[in-house]
Design a binder for this molecule. Structure first.
Ligand SMILES: Cc1cc2nc3c(=O)[nH]c(=O)nc-3n(C[C@H](O)[C@H](O)[C@H](O)COP(=O)(O)OP(=O)(O)OC[C@H]3O[C@@H](n4cnc5c(N)ncnc54)[C@H](O)[C@@H]3O)c2cc1C
Length: 376
């Protein structure tokens, strides 16, 4: 019997399996379609802080996560010898209107107060100019913000590195190709798609958009579902852009220069869609806006178009921790648009809670029990 069954091999499930393995637990990770086959197998990989104003527990949690991810990734890369494509490039936000500059100047002050770690200070600089054509002069008519906290990672390399680390861990078994169709907490058992049963001492549901069905099924009656899917489309361009350049963010468009001569552009945000994995004219429009923002991308060839489903918990916040109806089930999902920056820390919290050895806090609004209470 596995001590811990992790359902889902996306960014959430992989960090959870790693944290549990490091605690010495026997782990079985099951993914129905394959490691990284969900939203985590995408292209963008922007690790973007929340705004530094109106500080709260959620912003502090994300800040701590964005600071600590550096050492987590360094350890992972050293262990596996694989690059995750991580770099703290910072982010540029063009300011097209004068009043946006005034607001940005206030945020400069906010960042000085809140973006402070033990031995490091991160900034929200308001600047007149940035790198040539990154972003273009028209978009940045009133300057731009350069935030030094944002970073980027290659989603697929990150997933590959976490996967590789698990394959080398003697106490971890990774099963791909058969999903979990039912969890029976009262028997400490999960049933796979082919009817095979797996016993567990504890189970973590980290199945991205597939989590919500599993959570709803093991929950006492809820007024609605625990979460939904929000589709996103993104594209990868071949472009010889300096990979040290910051992520550009403006009006929902992200442009991320990666290490390997590619630039990712994202993302649409679609609450209704006919086909979850197709790309269409909404992506064409996004690419058009990206090229206006960053004229350096003018002639860059599109080499991949991609779509995926983001897990959004009802109430929007991530959902983590022990399920209130079952001592032996925990939840780790709902990262929506920011999972890559927070998954390692949320996973650490969930595993610590199972082990009874808490080391970090999460905001009240993240707790699974509070999500469930709001749905009753
Ligand atoms: C276009 C786009 C751009 C994005 N850009 C960013 C970004 O720049 N930065 C960022 O932080 N986030 C970004 N996101 C969001 C991010 O990708 C997701 O929040 C994150 O990948 C979710 O990870 P996850 O592990 O919760 O789920 P997933 O990655 O979806 O993984 C879930 C896994 O569970 C498996 N599974 C599902 N059901 C079952 C079952 N019943 N049994 C077994 N296995 C099951 C699936 O096969 C899948 O592999 C973006 C998303 C999209 C779509």
């Amino acid at each position: 019997m596995s001590e811990l069954l992790v359902v889902g091999g996306g960014i959430m499930g992989l960090w959870a399996a790693r944290a549990a393995a490091q605690r010495g637990m026997t782990v079985r990770l099951v993914d129905g379609k394959g490691i990284g086959s969900g939203a985590s197998g995408g292209l963008l990989g922007a690790l973007m802080p929340h705004m530094p104003d109106r500080w709260n527990a959620k912003k502090q949690f994300q800040f701590d996560a964005l600071v600590t991810i550096e050492e987590e990734i360094a350890a992972l890369e050293a262990q596996t010898g694989l690059s995750t494509g991580y770099r703290r490039t910072g982010r540029l936000i063009p300011l097209p209107k004068p009043h946006l500059r005034d607001i940005a100047l206030r945020h400069e002050e906010d960042a000085r107060g809140h973006w402070r770690a033990a031995d490091r200070q991160f900034h929200w600089h308001v600047k007149d100019q940035g790198p040539e054509g990154w972003p273009g002069a028209e978009a940045a008519a009133h300057g731009m913000v350069f935030d030094t906290l944002a970073a980027r990672v290659s989603p697929r390399r990150m997933i590959a590195a976490l996967h590789a680390a698990l394959l080398h861990a003697p106490n971890v078994r990774v099963d791909e190709g058969r999903g979990v169709r039912r969890i029976e907490p009262e028997h400490g058992r999960a049933e796979l798609d082919d009817g095979t049963r797996i016993d567990f001492k504890h189970c973590i549901i980290a199945a991205g958009v597939g989590s919500f069905q599993l959570i709803d099924a093991v929950s006492m009656p809820l007024a609605g579902t625990s979460g939904t899917a929000v589709k996103g489309q993104a594209a990868l361009l071949r472009a010889e852009i300096d990979p040290a350049l910051p992520v550009i963010f403006a009006d929902g468009v992200y442009i991320t220069a990666h290490d390997d001569g590619h630039v990712a552009v994202g993302s649409t945000s679609e609450n209704s869609f006919a086909d979850p994995l197709s790309t269409d004219e909404q992506l064409d429009d996004l690419l058009r806006r990206a090229r206006m923002l960053a004229p350096r991308l003018a002639g860059a060839e599109v080499v991949e178009r991609w779509a995926g489903l983001r897990p959004k918990a009802t109430g929007r916040e991530p959902m983590a921790g022990r399920h209130p109806d079952h001592q032996n089930v925990s939840v780790l999902t709902g990262g929506f648009k920011v999972s890559f920056g927070i998954a390692h820390r949320l996973a650490r919290f969930v595993v610590d809670e199972i082990a009874g050895l808490p080391s970090i806090d999460i905001p009240d609004s993240f707790f699974c029990r509070n999500h469930m209470a709001a749905l009753r």
